[in-house]
Design a protein around this ligand. Structure first.
Ligand SMILES: *Cc1c(COP(=O)(O)O)cnc(C)c1O
Length: 376
């Protein structure tokens, strides 16, 4: 049996180990140290806009801290894109708040501005103004940033930008991670760069960054003994993991280019197939890192389904996977309000994520191409 080809696996650039060794040599084996600070600076520099970055133990932790800092608590409502990974929505429930799910639009597969506004108006008319909006750049595709930001401003509801999948993507030349009042990045093992596990909170002010680090390090007051006037968390990134991150930042743009080449690779394979569409940017304002390349299958034209392709790739030990199952269709979230129609549900029914790693070798691409050609 051939080696398994994964959707997205860690891809080291070569310099990671030297930052990790430095941490060992200087005994900075702790959730703070020069790599943590250096990694934060690298990210701040990369995002270009004046932003501040707090390195954390996960993207989920970053979302949780952002909601705390946006004062989301028991009984509050938070609007969230339905089509996403559960980590976007779980922290709403950690805070005892209620998620209000909103459908996608067809261009970017992300939050539909029309249904967003409809949801806001309806929640306000029911007596409760949502405390925050969580919009996601799915698969690296920027959401309709202009529309979403202007609705957030119009109703004065802060925007929490889930950019976990979109480091390296831009909209009108501006980096994803700089559109929200706060934004979240992830460095989990499957993301475009990894620290083995990790995340970051992006803030607009230094004070917010300081506050996030304070909360992430058990909310210790300034005193020689352990004193606390607030509930704290243990969410800081390890200096070892941050060392991996510093090495990965050296190759981030290469990874973006390689993932974009994978998108092109699939466009070539499917270009003459009627009924299969490779997900791509809806216009030149959008630049996706193409973290994962996805296809949509119109089975009335092809005569086969996404699941048929998945099973046939699986036989060749090639991983592929349905798109994120929308939150409003998840057993755990099904009783929460949802605004929209069937866009997210139809994407889930007809979409498939294909192997998209920046580390796929030519022989592996050959295997994928042959498996797909044979199937088609
Ligand atoms: C990966 C991911 C997260 C969570 O990040 P972790 O670092 O794994 O906790 C959140 N939102 C989206 C959209 C993700 O893909």
């Amino acid at each position: 049996m051939n080696n398994r080809i994964y959707l997205s696996s860690p891809h080291m650039g070569g310099q990671e180990q030297s930052f990790v060794n430095e941490a060992f040599d200087t005994n900075w084996v702790a959730p703070l140290g020069p790599n943590v600070t250096g990694f934060e600076q690298d990210l701040e520099h990369y995002l270009k806009e004046p932003r501040h970055v707090a390195a954390l133990s996960s993207g989920t932790g970053a979302l949780h801290l952002a909601l705390i800092m946006m004062d989301v608590g028991r009984g509050d409502e938070v609007i969230c894109q339905s089509m996403t990974f559960s980590a976007s929505a779980n922290p709403i429930v950690y805070q005892g708040a209620t998620p209000i799910f909103v459908d996608s639009e067809e261009d970017t597969w992300n939050m539909c501005p029309i249904h967003l506004e409809e949801a806001i108006k309806d929640r306000i008319s029911k007596g409760k103004k949502p405390k925050a909006i969580i919009a996601v750049h799915l698969y690296g595709m920027p959401f309709k940033a202009e529309e979403i930001c202007s609705i957030s401003e119009k109703y004065e509801i802060p925007l929490l930008e889930d950019s976990a999948e979109a480091l390296g993507s831009t909209y009108k030349g501006k980096h994803c991670g700089t559109f929200g009042d706060m934004a979240v990045l992830s460095f989990n093992g499957n993301k475009i760069i990894t620290t083995s596990g990790g995340g970051a909170l992006v803030t607009k002010t230094e004070e917010e960054k300081v506050k996030a680090i304070f909360l992430a390090t058990q909310a210790r007051d300034a005193a020689p003994h352990y004193q606390h006037s607030e509930i704290g968390y243990n969410y800081r990134l390890s200096n070892i993991c941050a060392g991996i991150g510093r090495g990965q930042m050296r190759v981030l743009d290469d990874h973006v280019n390689l993932r974009r080449e994978m998108n092109y690779f699939y466009k070539e394979i499917f270009k003459s197939v009627d009924g299969i569409e490779v997900f791509t940017e809806p216009g030149t304002d959008y630049f996706s890192n193409h973290w994962l390349t996805c296809i949509l299958i119109d089975s009335s034209k092809t005569g086969f389904t996404a699941e048929d392709i998945r099973l046939s790739l699986e036989e060749k030990n090639i991983e592929s996977r349905p798109l994120w199952k929308p939150m409003h269709l998840q057993p755990v979230f099904k009783d929460y309000p949802f605004y929209g129609n069937h866009i997210a549900g139809e994407l889930f029914d007809n979409g498939l994520c294909l192997p998209s790693g920046s580390n796929l070798k030519n022989t592996e691409k050959q295997r994928i191409m042959e498996a797909l050609s044979k199937f088609l």
